[in-house]
Write a protein that binds this ligand. Structure first.
Ligand code: FES
Length: 208
């Protein structure tokens, strides 16, 4: 199937993305996120469609998609809970945080819950070492998470099923010590498990 099968909104977004680059090949990464949104994961078909849009070969698109762990090949739950287990977080009990989240969601690391609500994963350093242990929900950051707070977070997501997750709110409710006491607040949240810089995973996603 061709990109003509995409939703008209995503076809429009694809055109907008392509119009920003003098060379369509440069649009491969945002278009892969768009294909993720269209298909619910980065499928072989989606990669072929991105190749069609960019003029790259399917192998070239696959080489990009397979390099970055954020291009998920399997369907992802409504809430992608990522727990950093690299050294700074590991030293501050990240493994216990991950275990608590796996247990609370009944979802082993790397898998998606039966109800499709949670995908749980461990990740390498996400650049918040000063606020370890660090967790993300749909790439919205929470620092200083304890095992108990990790459990609370999962219950809160399950009970409330927020359409948009807001990092500032998550930090306030479930976080602890942060890397910095200063810095801009981020009023925009994420509504799908796609990195906000996509920018189509953020609540500003419809803005060109
Ligand atoms: S080691 Fe966990 S954020 Fe850097």
């Amino acid at each position: 199937m061709t990109v003509a099968t995409w939703s008209s909104a995503n076809q429009d977004r694809a055109k907008q993305i392509l119009s920003r680059y003098p060379d369509p090949r440069s649009a491969v990464m945002p278009l892969l996120y768009l294909s993720f949104l269209e298909h619910g994961s980065v499928t072989d078909e989606g990669q072929r469609q991105v190749a069609e849009l960019t003029g790259l070969t399917a192998a070239q698109v696959q080489s990009v998609a397979s390099f970055y762990t954020m291009y998920k090949k399997d369907h992802v739950g409504s809430y992608l809970v990522s727990v950093c287990t690299s050294i700074s977080c590991f030293l501050l009990d990240a493994d216990e945080v991950l275990s608590a989240i796996e247990d609370e969601t009944n979802t082993p690391d790397g898998e998606t819950s039966d109800d499709g609500l949670f995908t749980v994963e461990h990740v390498e350093c996400i650049g918040a070492c000063g606020g370890a242990p660090a967790v993300q929900v749909n790439y919205e950051l929470i620092e200083g998470v304890t095992p108990a707070k990790g459990r609370e977070l999962c219950r809160w997501l399950r009970d409330g099923r927020p359409e948009v997750v807001l990092g500032d709110e998550l930090q306030q409710l479930f976080g602890g010590r942060r890397s910095f006491d200063w810095g801009p607040s981020e009023p925009e949240g994420a509504f799908v498990p796609v990195p906000a810089f996509a920018p189509y995973g953020s609540s500003r996603g419809d803005q060109p």
